[in-house]
Design a protein around this ligand. Sequence first.
Ligand SMILES: [Zn+2]
Length: 278
Amino acid sequence: MRLGNVEIFVVSDGFVRMDGGGMFGVVPRILWEKMLAPDEFNRVKTALNCLIIVTRDKTILVDTGLGAKLTAKQERNFARKGGAKLLTNMARIGFLPHDIDLVINTHLHADHAGGNTYRVGQDILPTFPNAEYWIQRQEFLDAAFPNERTKATYAPDNFIPLERVCMLNGDSQITEEVRTIITPGHTRAHQAVIIESKGEKALFLGDVAGRTIYLEHLAWVPAYDIEPMVSIETKRHIREWAYEENMLLVFQHDAVMTLGRLHKNGKEFKVERVATDL
Ligand SMILES: [Zn+2]
């Protein structure tokens, strides 16, 4: 899809199933199951969308999915049919790993940074050999020194073996058209990605709102969010701004709507689908 001078492609690392309780936090199942029916293990279908942004001089990949380093048991728990998909789906639209100049991680949870690296025998190597990985310094530290609650999702193999890392300190301009902003709540230094060219704007939300429902209902915050009240304030701010700017929104985990735009009906916000041939 074209956005001014920039081309964007949503690329999937497949669909997984994740715990519904984790996804909807304090929201009672009786409410969320009407929108998203869980399976017999209480898991809900979850997309692993990543984004390729092609600017005049850089090819950027935002997030890398779960990747291919999972054990058979982990793949089974996530119920991802056929394992990792990112590289195959990239190849299908003409991108090879060495084409990527920059990788931006919204944060380092395993479902966003798992594909940063891959295993060859005993070694763990960067998946994108020519890429510099742009990661918030605070997120890197939080991932490298996790606490009891956060350590299950921060696998050191996803970021410690990286050779070329650019540590970001807050909001960062990446190219003329691409920048990141700190959007705290899900993690302390989570970053969202904004693409802006010739008056057109897109926002890759990451886990600010992985599903449309999280943006429509501010109180619907996943249990995984480290600072849920901060998430709510971040969403309030981002939602108003994205609405005013008529931004194209990219949803990372929504299994039914990948691209949308905000509409307002009185005080209610609603995300409406944007059709795409991707
Ligand atoms: Zn996520």
